[in-house]
Design a binder for this molecule. Structure first.
Ligand code: WTA
Length: 651
C-alpha cells in the first residue's frame, strides 16, 4: 500500500513545498489524518482551536494542541492487523557468531505492554522522567516505547557518557527511575554500565528504582530495595497481564503537546541542555521525513547505524521507521569489529535496502581500502544516507562508487537534535543530489541565510549566498523548550535574531536554491558526528588540579571531521608533561566521557586575551588549523607575544 503523502516526483515536491509554506495548517492537518488519534484535532479555526499556535518570541510552539493520541499506538498497534508477523526490529549482535533476534510487530507489542506494566508496578506515572542508559539491545527499544506507552518522559543517555555526566542529567531532569544493563558489548570491550550508574547515584536522593537488564553477565552490585532485575519484573508483569485477560497495556491518552522525551545535547555554554520533543509533532515529522527522504517502500530493511543514545537513533531507528510500519535493523556493535567489513557483512546477511550512516564512519572504513568489501553482496542496497557532519567529496564518491555501485542515490541529511528530523536533504531518487550539498529544504521548512545583524545575506557575483542558517517558521518537529529552563531555550535559539530560529550552523546557497552546510559558527565542535561544546571540555580540563586555565578549539581531522585541540596553562608542579597530559585525558573521561578527550594538548604559558580578559579563540583556531601567517589583528591583545610562543609550540 502506498502512502499518499510520499512524494513521487520533483513536480510533486515543488507543489507540496509550496502548499506547506503557504498553508501549513491545511498541509499538516491533511497528513495528520493518516495517524491514529484518541481525540482528533478540531478543524482550523473552529472553537478557537488551531492546528498551529506559535510565536518565536517566548517561544511558544504548539501543533495540534488539544488533540490526543499515544505515539505507541501509531508505532505498534495500528500495524498488528496486517503486519503482526512482519519484523519490526532485526537485531544484529556485537559478535557475528551470536544469534540474530527478529522482533515482529506482535512481539514488540507484547514486550512494550509488559514493560509498561513493569513501570506501572514500580510507581512510574505519566509525566515522570525515566533515564535510560543501555547498550544497543532490543530491550532499549522496549524501554523507550514502554515509557511512551505509559506517558512517562524518557531521557536516553549515550553509553559513552561518564558517571558525572549522568549525575548532572539525572539532577537536571529530576529523574526517579533508571533502566540500564549490567554491561554493554562494544567491539572487543565490555562497558560496565550498571557500575557507572552506581557511581552516578552516589549522593543521589531522587532515584527510587533501577531496573537492570542482563546482557554481559558482568558482576553488578544490586542494592536492596532500589535495584531490580528486568527479567524478574517482565515475568511478573506477563503473569499479571495474562491473568487480566491477555498481554495488552492500554496506551495512556497524551495531549499532542505533552512531552515525549528529553535528550541532552551540547551547546556553547558549559552545561548540556535537555531538548524537549512532544508527541504529535515529533511523530508526524519523523514519519514524514523517514518516508520521503529515504523513499521507504513496504518490506524494505532500513539500517541506521546510529546509537539510540543520539537523536538519529531516536528518529530513524525507533520512531520514524516504526510509525511507518517498516523493518528497522538495530546493530549492537561497532563498524570495525571483528573487522572493517562488519557493515558490509550485515548488508549482505540481512539484504539491507537502506543504509544510513555518518561521514566519519565512511572515512574510517575507507582507510581500510577495498579488501573488506571482497565477496560481500551489496546488491540489495537501494538508498544510502549520511548525517551528522559535512561530508567531503572524497568520502561521498567512495560511498557512491564502492557501496552504492553508482546505482543508489545518496541523501545528505542536515538536521539537529533540536529539529527532531531532517530539515534539508535531497529525497532519494526524486530530487537531485550533489556531493557535499544537503540540497533542498523539506516541505514545511523555510530556511534563510543572514549576516551577524540578522539581515538577509546578499547573493555574490557567482550566484552564491553565504551566511548563518536560520529558519523563519515552525515545523511540527521543532523543539518546544529546554527542560526546566524555558528562558535558556529562548536565549539559545530564538534571541540571536528576532523571530528566527538560529541553527548555530553556517551555510551557502547556490543559484538553484541548494544548501551546503559549512559547519558550526558557535563554540560547538562536531567530533565524529558527536556534538561537544568547547566550554564543556574546558570546564572538564580545568577540574584537573594541575591546570590553571585552558582553551579548546576544533581543527580539521582526517577521520573524525573535527579533532579537539586544547591549549593548557599548567602549574608545572610535577614537571612531567606527559604525565599531566594523561591526567588531563583521564579527568575529561571522568567528567564527560571518553568521547570528549582532546586529540592534542599543547602546554602554553599564556592564552591570547583581549584587554577585557576574553580569550581570542579565532587566533587559537587558526593556529590549530595550521595557519601561521594570517592570524588577523593581534594588536588588541593584552600580550601579543603569547601568540608567537603558541605558534612555535604547535603540535
Ligand atoms: C551537523 C545530528 C553538515 C550540524 C542529526 C548540526 C551536519 C549538528 C549534517 C547537529 C549534514 C548534521 N551536513 N552538517 N548533513 N547533519 N550536521 O544535534 O553542525 O547531534 O548543527 O544532530 O551536526 O548535531 P546533532
Amino acid at each position: 500500500m502506498s502512502v499518499p503523502y510520499q512524494i513521487k516526483s520533483i513536480e510533486q515536491y515543488q507543489a507540496d513545498y509550496k502548499k506547506s509554506i503557504e498553508e501549513p495548517e491545511a498541509f499538516w492537518a491533511s497528513i495528520a489524518e493518516h495517524f491514529v488519534w484518541k481525540r482528533k484535532c478540531l478543524p482550523a479555526g473552529e472553537a478557537g482551536k488551531n492546528v498551529l499556535n506559535w510565536n518565536f518570541k517566548e517561544p511558544k510552539i504548539e501543533w495540534f494542541a488539544g488533540a490526543t493520541l499515544n505515539i505507541t499506538e501509531n508505532c505498534i498497534d495500528r500495524h498488528l492487523a496486517d503486519k503482526g508477523e512482519q519484523a519490526a526490529i532485526i537485531w544484529e549482535p556485537n559478535h557475528p557468531d551470536e544469534r540474530v533476534r527478529v522482533v515482529t510487530y506482535n512481539r514488540l507489542h507484547k514486550r512494550v505492554c509488559q514493560f509498561a506494566q513493569v513501570l506501572k508496578n514500580n510507581g512510574v506515572k505519566k509525566g515522570d522522567r525515566v533515564c535510560i542508559y543501555m547498550g544497543m539491545v532490543p530491550e532499549l527499544a522496549y524501554a523507550v516505547l514502554g515509557c511512551a506507552r505509559i506517558g512517562a518522559i524518557h531521557s536516553v543517555i549515550f553509553g559513552g557518557f561518564s558517571a558525572q555526566s549522568i549525575a548532572d542529567r539525572l539532577e537536571d531532569a529530576q529523574a526517579e527511575f533508571i533502566v540500564t544493563c549490567d554491561g554493554a558489548y562494544r567491539g572487543d570491550k565490555v562497558i560496565p554500565l550498571k557500575s557507572v550508574i552506581d557511581d552516578a547515584l552516589i549522593g543521589n536522593k531522587v532515584v527510587k528504582k533501577v531496573i537492570v537488564y542482563t546482557r554481559t553477565r558482568t558482576p553488578v552490585s544490586m542494592l536492596k530495595g532500589r535495584d531490580i532485575w528486568w527479567e524478574d519484573e517482565m515475568d511478573h508483569a506477563e503473569t499479571q497481564l495474562e491473568q487480566q485477560g491477555g498481554i495488552h497495556f492500554p496506551a495512556e491518552e497524551m495531549d499532542a503537546e505533552d512531552p515525549l522525551f528529553i535528550l541532552y545535547t551540547s551547546g556553547s555554554t558549559g552545561k548540556p541542555k535537555g531538548v524537549v520533543h512532544t508527541s504529535a509533532g515529533y511523530m508526524l515529522w519523523t514519519n514524514y521525513t523517514f518516508l520521503n527522504v529515504f523513499q521507504y517502500k513496504p518490506g524494505q530493511i532500513h539500517f541506521c547505524t546510529a546509537d539510540i543514545g543520539w537523536i538519529t537513533g531516536h528518529s530513524y531507528i525507533v520512531y520514524g521507521p516504526l510509525s511507518a510500519g517498516a523493518t528497522s535493523l538495530m546493530f549492537e556493535g561497532v563498524p570495525t569489529f571483528p573487522d572493517a567489513g562488519r557493515f558490509w557483512d550485515i548488508v549482505d546477511k540481512h539484504q539491507v535496502n537502506i543504509l544510513y550512516t555518518a561521514p566519519t564512519a565512511i572515512r574510517s572504513l575507507m582507510s581500510f581500502g577495498l579488501e573488506p568489501l571482497q565477496g560481500k553482496d551489496l546488491s540489495s542496497l537501494k538508498v544510502l544516507g549520511t548525517v551528522g557532519e559535512p561530508i567531503n567529496e572524497e568520502a561521498w564518491n567512495w560511498y557512491d562508487e564502492n557501496i552504492g555501485k553508482k546505482k543508489c542515490p545518496i541523501v545528505d541529511t542536515w538536521w539537529q537534535t533540536e529539529t527532531g528530523g531532517c530539515l534539508i536533504s535531497n529525497l532519494a531518487g526524486i530530487t537531485p543530489s550533489r556531493p557535499g550539498w544537503a540540497t533542498l529544504p523539506m516541505p514545511g521548512i523555510s530556511p534563510k541565510l543572514v549576516d551577524e545583524n540578522g539581515n538577509d545575506s546578499p547573493e555574490d557575483e557567482d550566484g552564491l549566498t553565504k551566511g548563518n542558517l536560520v529558519i523563519d517558521k515552525p515545523w511540527p518537529g521543532i523543539l518546544r523548550t529546554t527542560w526546566g529552563d524555558h528562558e535558556r531555550c529562548r536565549t539559545n535559539y530564538f534571541a540571536t535574531y528576532e523571530n528566527l530560529y538560529f541553527t548555530g550552523d553556517g551555510a551557502i546557497k547556490d543559484e538553484n536554491g541548494f544548501y551546503r552546510i559549512t559547519g558550526r559558527v558557535d563554540d560547538v565542535l562536531n567530533v565524529s558526528g558527536h556534538r561537544i561544546g568547547t566550554a564543556e571540555v574546558e570546564n572538564a580540563i580545568n577540574m584537573h588540579s594541575g591546570v590553571v586555565e585552558s582553551a579548546v578549539v576544533g581543527y580539521p581531522h582526517e577521520i573524525k571531521g573535527q579533532g579537539i585541540y586544547a591549549f593548557v596553562i599548567d602549574n608545572n608542579l610535577h614537571g612531567d608533561e606527559e604525565l599531566t597530559r594523561k591526567d588531563i585525558l583521564q579527568t575529561v573521561s571522568r567528567v564527560i566521557g571518553p568521547i570528549a578527550k582532546p586529540d592534542k594538548i599543547q602546554f602554553v604559558k599564556g592564552l591570547p586575551k583581549t584587554r577585557s580578559g576574553k580569550i581570542m579563540r579565532r587566533i587559537l583556531r587558526k593556529i590549530a588549523e595550521g595557519e601561521t601567517e594570517n592570524l588577523g589583528d593581534t594588536t588588541t591583545l593584552l600580550d601579543p607575544n603569547v601568540v608567537d610562543e603558541i605558534k612555535n609550540g604547535k603540535l
